[in-house]
Design a protein around this ligand. Sequence first.
Ligand code: FAD
Length: 297
Amino acid sequence: MLKIAENVRLADKTSYRIGGPARYYVEPRSESGIVEACRFAADNGLPLFVLGNGSNVLISDAGFAGLVVNLSKYFSALSWDKTTAFVLSGTPLDDLAGEAAERGCAGIECLSGIPGTVGGAVVMNAGAFDADVSKTLRSVRVLKASALMIETIPVKDLNFGYRTSALKGGGDVVLSATFDFTSGDAAQLKSLRDDIIAKRRAKQPVDSPSCGSVFKRPPDGFAGTLVESCGLKGFRIGLAEVSEKHANFIINTGSAKAEDVRALIRHVQQAVFEKHGVLLEPEVIFLGEFREPLYKS
Ligand SMILES: Cc1cc2nc3c(=O)[nH]c(=O)nc-3n(C[C@H](O)[C@H](O)[C@H](O)COP(=O)(O)OP(=O)(O)OC[C@H]3O[C@@H](n4cnc5c(N)ncnc54)[C@H](O)[C@@H]3O)c2cc1C
């Protein structure tokens, strides 16, 4: 029997450590549990939000008046057939990258250290160092939440782009993913993986609560460089701060409110637009109601 909890604090479930309560909240252990959760949402007319590791979301202070289905807690497993991996969507992406390197499977090592689940990484087409999830993904099994039907979708039908996919914002649930890697040298892949994790530690404020890069890369240049050129490193609204270490990160320096982060995002957008004529587009996903609108040029 699925245990659906009420009024669960979401701040503890996100890398930002920010967010009010979910009206309903569930951590399914199986596909049938996920189907049951979606049926509960449909029967009660509730909006549904699938949460992975919560490493790319800003949840409003008022929380979310629907059902949050968190797959990162119990819906995790990884199996292999030579260079092919079959992964449940709540599995940490970095576990997949780590096992792939150990086995001499190449193609995902550049995504080492990204703190999301495989489901979140597929939806966002997570990437780094010129690689992204779409490059090695073969297919995903998806629960169409509206029809409660499961289907397998090949990578060519997922409409992948920079930090986006056909699954983004669609409300469907990624259940599992199949990846095809190529054969590589395990020692080299492990060493590359170590280098990438060390680079992340050196360049990013990985020990402070954040959502990673707040803004997508603009067509020319880097968001962090534009933000830094406006003198905004260290700039604060409430307890939200533009990181001194990496200007495309906004960190929670203590008990920042979601509204602080949102106001800071808007402030940064406006400053960059006024100086460079570039409207930075947030990469972070917003959940719930916010008072502060985003900046419109
Ligand atoms: C320190 C730090 C560094 C980061 N570095 C990078 C980086 O280098 N590159 C990069 O791309 N990202 C980076 N990120 C952002 C983030 O880790 C990725 O976007 C990650 O893929 C999000 O996965 P998640 O499980 O945390 O998803 P969540 O944040 O929980 O959710 C993100 C979106 O995916 C949806 N979703 C999640 N799981 C499912 C599912 N199973 N089915 C359907 N929808 C789902 C959610 O509804 C939401 O819309 C970083 C974040 C942090 C905190």
